[in-house]
Design a binder for this molecule. Structure first.
Ligand SMILES: Cc1ncc(COP(=O)(O)O)c(C=O)c1O
Length: 437
């Protein structure tokens, strides 16, 4: 074990994080190499700084005007410099400030400073590197973003255990969740849980009561002596369209819930700020009883994982976002985009309500949805993949998930095309059904 890893492990000794770390997580450290020495020189080498692997002239990075001309709002340093491994400090602080504003329950709760990663996918990747290994049980509701399988199961050998997402009342199946936690904790004193609200693919987020039930199930399990890492994938955070939906992240309910629970919020600008290709996400930890020193040690582990993988996130994207967050028009513009997506949501509800009234839910049963980008049909008596191909023949793109589910990203179509889209989906499904009987 590298002495730097040992140092971090010593700091974390006795905490839930220490017990949750994978073997790789225990070995991870942030080297006192180029990045660390350059950062030190940045503070102290005011005369001549010959540390970082960049080309500099007259104190500014060498930039081609063919490149700089594309982004006139940024100077050469902002445009082309490497960002620090954990991200631009000012951006991290602003994201934390926004996080507290969006999740008032977090006020007064010690949480880590968000760490910048190149997209939420990469955040899930680092969390998995540090906390998941061969045989680690990862509990996920059965409707989930397929990439978790690649990252957790294929790359790291996790055992994914699912439970039905919805109960008979069309609400989050907290009884099923509690049951699977109890069952798994009988043989396993370390569990990883992955929650994603608003959910991809269903488009569902829990109500305030349901969110409380989810927290209670986790706290009960922790009370039995199980250590739990809860990964909160908040990719679509903020797109809540109904009044009774919990408007805070589950992270806010879990960050100070129990000494045996570590909550990790993975969120980012990707969907929240409509910059999908920027590749900017954040990882924030919250765990009852952890001090700032503990959080710094965890951060060093994540930084080691970043350094050994992508080295750092896009500096250009971070600088653009930083300026956007400081722009007085930012909040109002974002609210306008939210309103447009909300309008589409209500339109889809109206269309589906009318279709259900005609009995169409007998073959296309909409799963409960109230948030995010998507809604999903459960196909009854027809195959979802066959339906997807039939729709493709009509030049319409949707996503099939196995044979049973068809996901529709209504966020990706203008309001005035939604009627046409759903009409085609219902017609194609009706035809397939008729031809099969
Ligand atoms: C649930 C969920 N998490 C994460 C991501 C990926 O986010 P990013 O593009 O920032 O990697 C997506 C994107 O589709 C998603 O649906």
């Amino acid at each position: 074990m590298n002495p730097l890893a040992n140092e971090l492990n010593d700091v974390l000794e006795g905490t839930v994080v220490s017990r949750l770390l994978s073997r790789l997580g225990r070995q991870m450290y942030f080297p006192k190499g180029i990045v660390s020495q350059s950062a030190e020189a940045g503070l102290r080498a005011k005369r001549l700084n010959a540390t970082i692997g960049m080309a500099v002239e007259h104190g500014q990075p060498m930039v081609l005007s063919a490149v700089a001309g594309q982004v006139p709002g940024l100077d050469a340093r902002e445009l082309a410099s490497y960002a620090p491994t954990a991200g631009l400090p000012e951006l991290r602080m602003l994201w934390q400030k926004q996080l507290l504003k969006k999740n008032p329950s977090l006020n007064g709760v010690p949480i880590s400073l968000p760490i910048v990663v190149p997209g939420l996918t990469n955040g899930v990747f680092h969390a998995t590197e540090l906390f998941v290994e061969e045989g680690t049980i990862v509990i996920i509701p059965d409707l989930f973003w397929g990439n978790y399988r690649l990252i957790m199961e294929v790359r790291r050998g996790a055992t994914i255990v699912t439970f039905p997402f919805f109960n008979d009342q069309g609400a989050f199946n907290h009884q099923g969740f509690a049951q699977v936690l109890t069952e798994q904790s009988r043989t396993c004193k370390k569990l990883v849980v992955c929650l994603n609200f608003p959910n991809n693919p269903s488009g569902y987020s829990p109500s305030i009561t349901e969110a409380g039930n989810i927290r209670d199930a986790l706290v009960n399990c922790a009370n039995q002596g199980t250590d739990i890492l809860v990964i909160n994938d908040d990719a679509y955070f903020g797109l809540f369209f109904e009044s009774d939906t919990c408007k805070e992240s589950m992270f806010a309910l879990l960050a100070n819930a129990h000494e045996r629970i570590t909550a990790l919020k993975i969120d980012g600008a990707t969907k929240e700020d409509f910059v999908w290709g920027f590749r900017l996400g954040f990882m924030t930890f919250g765990s009852k009883g952890l001090s700032e020193t503990h959080y710094e040690a965890v951060q060093k582990k994540v930084m080691g994982s970043i350094r050994g993988c992508v080295s750092s996130s896009s500096g250009l994207a971070q600088q653009v976002l930083l300026k956007a967050y400081k722009n007085p028009a930012y909040d109002a513009e974002k609210q306008l985009k939210f309103k447009e997506l909300e309008r589409r949501y209500h339109k889809v509800c109206e269309i589906i309500g009318q279709a259900n009234a005609k009995g169409y839910q007998s073959f296309l049963r909409p799963l409960p949805f109230n948030s995010g980008y998507f809604m999903t049909f459960e196909c009854v008596g027809l195959n979802a993949e066959t339906l997807r191909l039939e729709l493709l023949d009509r030049e319409i793109g949707t996503i099939s998930i196995g044979d049973r589910y068809l996901r529709i990203a209504y966020s990706s179509l203008d309001h005035d095309r939604l009627e046409e889209l759903y009409q085609e989906v219902y017609t194609a499904a009706g035809n397939l059904l008729a031809s099969s009987t």
